[in-house]
Design a protein around this ligand. Sequence first.
Ligand code: MG
Length: 160
Amino acid sequence: MEDLKNLAIKKLNERGVTLDDITNILKNIQGGYRELSDKECMDSILYVVSKREAIYTILTGIALDEAAEKGLLDEEINNLITSDNGLYGIDEILALSIVNMNGSIALTNFGHLDKVKPGVIGKLDKEGKEGSRCHTFLDDIVCAIVSSAASRIAHNIEKK
Ligand code: MG
């Protein structure tokens, strides 16, 4: 599993998303509630991306983005994905497989991040809209990782 986790992190990097980018968003959205160290944020993100379902979601979503970018899918579905069609919705559904493992706080944060698009999420959205890259699945995956990590932090603090 460790190899697949490293592959998922490598693929995120290749697509323009570092764990530091994800940490920064997490720190910012939690800033209003509590001071978090970079290490606390990174630990929580690594916890989320280490789960088998999360790894499979990251690898699958990125594979679909890359396939669509190269025009490898049937034309109709390829166009839906590269145009990030608002009614497509499968990108959000795939990312929910990460969110659903992490409780209701993850779910509400996910909806919020998808709307506000802070940090690297906004960068991915912009690149996708410009048509230079396809990040239809990846932007939701990043939202799911951040929101799940935020949920885990909230639950851990409540336990204390
Ligand atoms: Mg999307």
